[in-house]
Design a protein around this ligand. Structure first.
Ligand code: GLC
Ligand code: CA
Length: 546
């Protein structure tokens, strides 16, 4: 029996920017409930909502001060129950974000630990004192600066991310039990599972010894993920929580390579799947429309697929809340149009894995234009910007990087229509709306049968179609015509069924050998053949089945 989550199409919601129902400028749970029919019509059957728990919002909810309560800016627990019930009526399941590597410095546990070094909660975190007044080691946090921050009483506490996000001490069995109770509490409420945040950071090198860097800079903490010994924590986590429910878990697991993939996302892995970050962008390519650049990207996709097919399952995506928009990441400006954006959709949707759509991707939303660092909200961007100034690097380089790849690009409000603020709010939006909303919005695309949105509806339906979905879920993956430049093509085969995906990822026509089967999806009105050749239009994408 194929597990249900292998046939899921997931839609990711960044709640702060999705839909504001009460005019305070901040998206909320009632806003999501209001849009369930839209999501149903789009053809998704699972939604993942970024953190909605009580939080001072230093990192937009990834700094949790109460795991059991909905943040009042998003509504209340009853709103959550209503959302679950309304989604259930439409056969849509809900995943919450599980953030248990760290909490907020405003969580009562941390506040108690600060007030009293000898209390039980002090054992839920990592504290150190040093005799020379310096930080305990040279490790660098993910958001820039040391992983250590100091309290007024001179103790240092450890944080993989910002100083507002103290890490939880998983070595402490009491803390672990508290986490498991909380997870089961939400699963009992009817959530269908979790997207699990930054989970490979929960095991630390307990020597906390400084590491050699050569250049005198701090040592990046991302090199110490998936640290030996983490397995014990993850198998206990699974045993005490997820394994007791028919739930879906998808982990953000940076640092997991081929060696440990199976234990995470193999058949009996800790999680249903992990995200495939191997081809998340084309960073480093100066011209993304260059055929060689496309082929390097294609190689990464294929390598990863061939490996995953043999070893487990992954979540496949083009965008998320930490990425820039796919139209920008993978396409030069001159090539950004209906064909190329729908080609991207075809390209990843039928890979071996569960496809995720990030809000706004289905209408082809783009990166915003940023005037300066003050316009940005992301504390990672700000942290790195000021760090560059401190070490006499050029901060404009950092700014350029974040303009192109920064997380704020995905966090501008969802563009619903061409009314004020793109119909996201009747108040003042918490973050600026992308100026292009009069041209790119849901209302316009909904009534246009040849819009990106209308095409996405076809893609989701095909991925879930009972005639084909077993092949997508279980079928083998093989590259096709791998040596043809800028052609990204593959087959998915199971028993007697073969599905072939053909994407001409270039802004020119090209002819390729013909393909068997009947056309079941095409982002172009034409399907041209000549003497056993298929004549592909620029960015034409076709799916065949036989
Ligand atoms: C993950 C999240 C990111 C967050 C970080 C810290 O990387 O995706 O948005 O800032 O963890 O929780
Ligand atoms: Ca609101």
């Amino acid at each position: 029996m194929t597990e249900w989550w292998k046939n899921a199409v997931v839609y990711q919601i960044y709640p702060k920017s999705f839909k504001d129902s009460n005019g305070d400028g901040i998206g909320d749970l009632d806003g999501i409930t209001e849009k369930l029919d839209y999501l149903n019509d789009l053809g998704v059957n699972v939604i993942w909502i970024n953190p909605i728990y009580c939080s001072p919002m230093a990192d937009n909810g990834y700094d949790i001060s109460d795991y059991y309560r909905v943040n009042p800016i998003f509504g209340c627990n009853e709103d959550m129950e209503r959302l679950l019930a309304e989604a259930g009526k439409r056969n849509i399941k809900i995943l919450l974000d599980l953030v248990v590597n760290h909490c907020s410095d405003e969580h009562p546990w941390f506040q108690k630990a600060v007030a009293d070094p000898d209390c039980e909660e002090a054992g839920y975190f990592y504290f150190k004192t040093t005799s020379d007044g310096k930080a305990p080691n040279n490790w660098r946090s993910n958001f820039g600066g040391s992983v250590w921050s100091q309290l007024p009483d001179q103790r240092w506490y450890y944080h993989t991310f910002s100083s507002k996000q103290p890490d939880l001490n998983w070595e402490n069995p009491k803390l672990r039990e508290k986490i498991y109770d909380m997870i089961n509490w939400w699963l009992d409420k009817g959530v269908a599972g979790f997207r699990i945040d930054a989970i490979t950071f929960i095991k630390k090198d307990l020597t906390f010894a400084s590491r050699e860097t050569g250049d005198g800079h701090l040592y990046p903490i991302e090199n110490l993920t998936d640290y030996p010994g983490i397995d014990a924590f993850l198998s206990e986590l699974k045993e005490k929580t997820f394994s007791r429910y028919d739930c879906m878990t998808v982990a953000e697991a940076p640092g997991v390579g081929e060696k440990t993939f199976r234990s995470y996302a193999g058949k009996d892995g800790f999680f249903s799947m992990i995200f495939d970050f191997n081809w998340e962008n084309m960073e480093g390519e100066t011209d993304k429309s260059d055929t060689a650049a496309v082929d390097r990207w294609k190689d990464k996709i294929f390598q990863s697929q061939k490996f995953t097919y043999k070893n487990g399952w992954s979540g496949v995506f083009l965008e998320n809340h930490d990425q820039s928009r796919c139209a920008n990441k993978f396409l030069e400006e001159k090539c950004r149009n209906y064909s190329s954006i729908t080609a991207l959709a075809v390209l990843y949707f039928f890979l071996y894995g569960t496809p995720f759509i990030y809000q706004g991707q289905e209408i082809g939303m783009r990166n915003a234009l940023w005037k300066n660092i003050d316009e940005m909200d992301d504390l990672r961007a700000k942290g790195m910007y000021y760090e560059a100034i401190e070490r006499n690097d050029d901060p404009d380089k950092v700014l350029k990087y974040f303009e192109e790849l920064g997380r704020d690009n995905a966090r501008t409000p969802m563009q619903w229509n061409d009314n004020a603020n793109a119909g996201f709010t009747e108040g003042t939006p918490w973050m600026k709306v992308n100026e292009n909303y009069p041209a790119i919005n849901v209302a316009e695309q909904e009534q246009n049968p040849s819009s990106i949105l209308s095409f996405y509806k076809k893609v989701t339906r095909l991925r879930r179609d009972p005639k084909y979905r077993e092949t997508f879920a279980e079928g083998s993956f093989s590259p096709l015509y791998e040596n043809i430049p800028a052609l990204i093509a593959y087959t998915r085969k199971r028993d007697v069924q073969t599905i072939t995906v053909i994407v001409n990822f270039k802004n020119e026509c090209q002819a390729i050998p013909s393909v068997n089967g009947k056309c079941i999806l095409n982002n172009n009105d034409s399907l041209l053949t000549k003497e056993n050749r298929l004549l592909l239009q620029p960015y034409q994408a076709i799916v065949f089945a036989d």
